[in-house]
Design a protein around this ligand. Structure first.
Ligand SMILES: [Zn+2]
Ligand SMILES: [Zn+2]
Length: 321
């Protein structure tokens, strides 16, 4: 319920913002004929940009906001639906341009639509991200200070783990040790469920990893706070939580990047050290034709990385606290 109210309040705030933007656009529309007769290409571009913001964008952002994160195929359908319902010219391959227009208008309210692929399914996702805070503090409107502390600790465990997953037992044990205010085990269990519902974490067989939305929101925070610990994919240079690692040189590659990079290679070799790649290439499933491929590898099938990482991390975490 509280979640719905928050979403409504946020939607209302942005709806008002977009309503204000629409007025100048409509006024401009009436003057279009006169304006187009005699103007430089620069001012025409500026004019076009202003005109580009319309009700289809407004509807689009409201739906995306209510979901938080959406898969690319659903976003493409939504793009089409919003254009059709508001009788706006629809071009199927212009979704990125459509989103660029929105992002120009979202910037002043410190929000941005970002896209990235899911590490475990390889599908492409779009999410509305808060750019005002590059910290876990961006969750502060929804969570108490001790709840954020537990989230940070869970994040620590996930990032230092070799598999990208932290067991619920380990996370729940930390609830006893919070500096702000201790949490009963039951409360901590419910909190973990909320993190899952709110799309910050994903739970699988009693273990937790980061939701794709969390990766989008927290990328800067993680790069800044775990500069030596964050795994970076050798292929796409993006951060990675779940990945395969070269057993010789230790580089990491996202599962979808592994599939794409080694596709068709009879004897896959590490792109960095050229030693044979010692892992099974994920068996991919092209559910979304315009997205990255989808690896079906389970977390247990993923690669194990160096133990030294863990000990180094533990000492780093101790020194940070
Ligand atoms: Zn990658
Ligand atoms: Zn290597």
């Amino acid at each position: 319920m509280a979640e719905e109210l928050r979403a409504c309040a946020e939607q209302e705030r942005l709806s008002l913002y977009f309503a204000r933007l629409l007025i100048p656009a409509r006024e401009a529309e009436n003057k279009e004929g006169a304006h187009n007769l005699n103007c430089s290409s620069e001012s025409r571009t500026a004019f076009h940009w202003k005109m580009a913001m319309n009700d289809s964008h407004r509807r689009f952002i409201q739906v995306l906001m209510s979901h938080g994160i959406m898969e690319a195929s659903a976003v493409r359908k939504l793009h089409r639906h919003c254009c059709e319902i508001h009788k706006v010219h629809y071009v199927h391959d212009k979704l990125d341009d459509f989103i660029d227009v929105l992002n120009k208008h979202l910037k002043p309210v410190f929000m941005e639509i970002r896209k990235r692929f899911g590490e475990d399914d390889g599908k492409r996702y779009y999410a509305l991200v808060n750019t005002a805070e590059n910290d876990v503090a961006k969750m502060a409107t929804d969570y108490a200070e001790n709840e954020l502390e537990l989230f940070r600790k869970a994040l620590d465990l996930i990032i230092v783990s070799t598999s990208g997953f932290a067991s619920s037992t380990y996370i729940l044990n930390l609830a006893d040790n919070l500096q702000n205010k201790k949490m009963k085990k039951k409360e901590a269990e419910q909190l973990l469920q909320r993190f899952v519902q709110d799309k910050w974490l994903i739970e699988r067989d009693g273990e937790y990893t980061l939701h794709t939305r969390c990766l989008m929101e927290m990328e800067h925070y993680m790069r800044n706070n775990y500069p030596d610990l964050m795994k970076i994919c050798n292929i796409c240079r993006d951060i990675t939580i779940q990945s395969q690692a070269c057993v010789v040189c230790g580089i990491y590659i996202h599962l979808p990047c592994v599939e794409k990079y080694f596709k068709g290679h009879a004897e896959p070799r590490c792109p960095h050290c050229s030693e044979p790649w010692a892992h099974e290439i994920p068996d991919l499933n092209q559910a979304d034709s315009q997205s990255s491929p989808i690896p079906s590898t389970s977390k247990n099938g993923q690669v194990q990385t160096q133990e030294r990482r863990l000990s180094k991390t533990q000492s780093n975490l101790r020194s940070r606290r």
